[in-house]
Unconditional design. Structure first.
Length: 160
């Protein structure tokens, strides 16, 4: 079942890189008492993700935060080391929390997994953006196959 407006975010664990190395972050830690924009890309360093999706959120991070967002997080079915390297190469700094869903478990919990085996990429997460307030979904923006519109930073900013 796909996540929808009004649903509670499912429990899960993602990984993030810290100065001490890879660390787990629970969804409770991520969402509880906060307003969060969680966007997902099919893969770090892939063309649209690298050229448009992540850079848009980096560029508009201050404007998004000015509308009451505590955390902007980028999730992909990649390992924590790849997500860390992508964040560094994209100069995200403290603007975006780079989250690894290494096995795609959280994408599956959300009902937003993507079968990309035909492209040699296995199971990934779809391209989407969610707005979550204290663990409850307020906006769901899932892209149609091959599209990049409703999950873009400027679209999400317009919803806040």
């Amino acid at each position: 079942m796909t996540i929808k407006v009004g649903d509670k975010m499912p429990a899960g664990t993602l990984k993030r890189m810290t100065k001490e190395g890879p660390k787990d972050i629970s969804t409770d830690e991520l969402f509880k008492g906060k307003r969060v924009v969680l966007f997902s890309v099919p893969g770090a360093f892939t063309p649209t993700c690298d050229a448009k999706h992540l850079p848009g959120f980096v560029e508009l991070a201050d404007s998004i935060r000015a509308r009451g967002v505590d955390t902007i997080a980028c999730m992909a079915v990649n390992d924590v080391f790849v997500m860390n390297a992508w964040g560094k190469s994209s100069s995200v700094g403290e603007k975006i929390l780079m989250l690894a869903d290494g096995n795609g478990d959280y994408a599956k919990e959300l009902g937003l997994e993507l079968d990309a085996k035909g492209y040699g990429m296995g199971v990934r997460g779809q391209r989407f953006a969610l707005v979550v307030k204290d663990g409850t979904v307020t906006h769901v923006n899932v892209e149609a196959p091959g599209q990049f519109k409703v999950s873009a930073a400027d679209h999400v900013l317009g919803q806040l």
